[in-house]
Design a protein around this ligand. Structure first.
Ligand code: PMP
Length: 295
């Protein structure tokens, strides 16, 4: 699903076949989850294949490494160029791009001496498809920001995400909604959260969540379309009285939520602010003007 015998990936300065790529089984990343990665999408736009917010993603990759102390030397512009070459070599335009910064062999708990870059890409549909999501409030909290760097997209953090998604699936839901250590709504295992109440969008403030690039894009769309928006702590009890809600992320894009803990939202998705944001987002990634998005 992710690669075939012909797939090319970038590994430490060279483009090679995925089937010929090797890694070090003594890697600190494999043993301790100490690595950083990104999830980026490219779209076939009217102006050719374009990587959406490429600079922002590679800047965040560098920031993730810096926050946890992984020495990573690449320039942002260099990383963007590698990503475009990767698409080209694999004849991809609508694609998901995954850069991974991983560490060499190191079995002690100190920063690594050797750091490697792998970048690969594959065709990937929207993470949740087009269906409206049934979420449950997870029994797993997001990690405590005094324990981990919450702004960093670090491989090991995703153990928490896998636990939450797995639990949600076992309980018959599409995905989880996680609370922070103080019991406020935080985010989904791989996406940020917005709710609509009385014509205003609300989203959890930064601190206990990954500052999503899609989240920031939604904030920008709100500003441009003059949709009132508040970033704040959201109590879990507020979910029940919200009019509508959605998740947003690079992989998920804008995904409407049908219900949380089997309690459906009252507003039809087609009448919600989320649908306006969804259309605005679609226009942005496809480099179309969204002057025709009517609220
Ligand atoms: N939160 C988490 C935990 C994530 O893994 C992601 C996906 N990177 C997001 C939010 C959304 O981030 P972005 O919009 O940058 O993809």
């Amino acid at each position: 699903m992710y690669y075939t015998k012909d797939t090319i990936l970038f590994l430490n300065g060279k483009f090679i076949k995925a089937v010929d790529a090797h890694t070090d089984l003594y890697s600190q990343t494999l043993h301790y989850g100490f690595g950083a990665f990104e999830g980026i999408r490219a779209y076939q736009t009217m102006n050719g294949a374009k990587i959406f917010k490429a600079h922002d993603h590679f800047e965040r990759l560098k920031k993730s490494c810096a926050l946890v102390g992984i020495p990573f030397q690449y320039e942002t512009e260099e990383l963007v160029q590698i990503a475009y070459q990767l698409l080209n070599k694999n004849n991809l335009s609508d694609a998901y791009i995954r850069p991974l910064v991983y560490c060499g062999s190191n079995m002690i708990l100190t920063p690594p001496q050797e750091v490697y870059l792998m970048m690969c890409a594959w065709e990937w549909d929207k993470y949740h498809g087009d269906k409206m999501l049934k979420l449950c409030v997870s029994s797993y909290q997001r990690p405590n920001p005094n324990s981990l760097k919450m702004e960093a997209k670090v491989t090991g953090h995703y153990v928490n995400s896998i636990l939450a998604t797995s639990e949600a699936k076992v309980r018959g839901y599409d995905d989880a909604l996680m609370l922070d250590m103080n019991g406020y709504v935080a985010e989904a295992p791989g996406a940020n959260f917005f709710l609509e109440k009385d014509g205003v969008l609300h989203t959890p403030a930064l601190g206990h969540i990954l500052p999503g690039i899609t989240r920031q894009t939604v904030l920008n769309i709100c500003r441009e379309l003059e949709i009132p928006l508040v970033e704040r702590n959201i109590k879990v009890e507020e979910l029940e009285s919200a009019d509508s809600a959605f998740l947003c992320g690079t992989a998920a894009e804008i995904a409407g939520i049908e219900s949380i803990d089997a309690k459906p939202f009252q507003k039809e998705w087609r009448d919600s602010l989320g649908v306006t944001i969804q259309e605005g987002y679609r226009c942005q990634v496809l480099e179309k003007s969204f002057s025709y998005v009517i609220i």
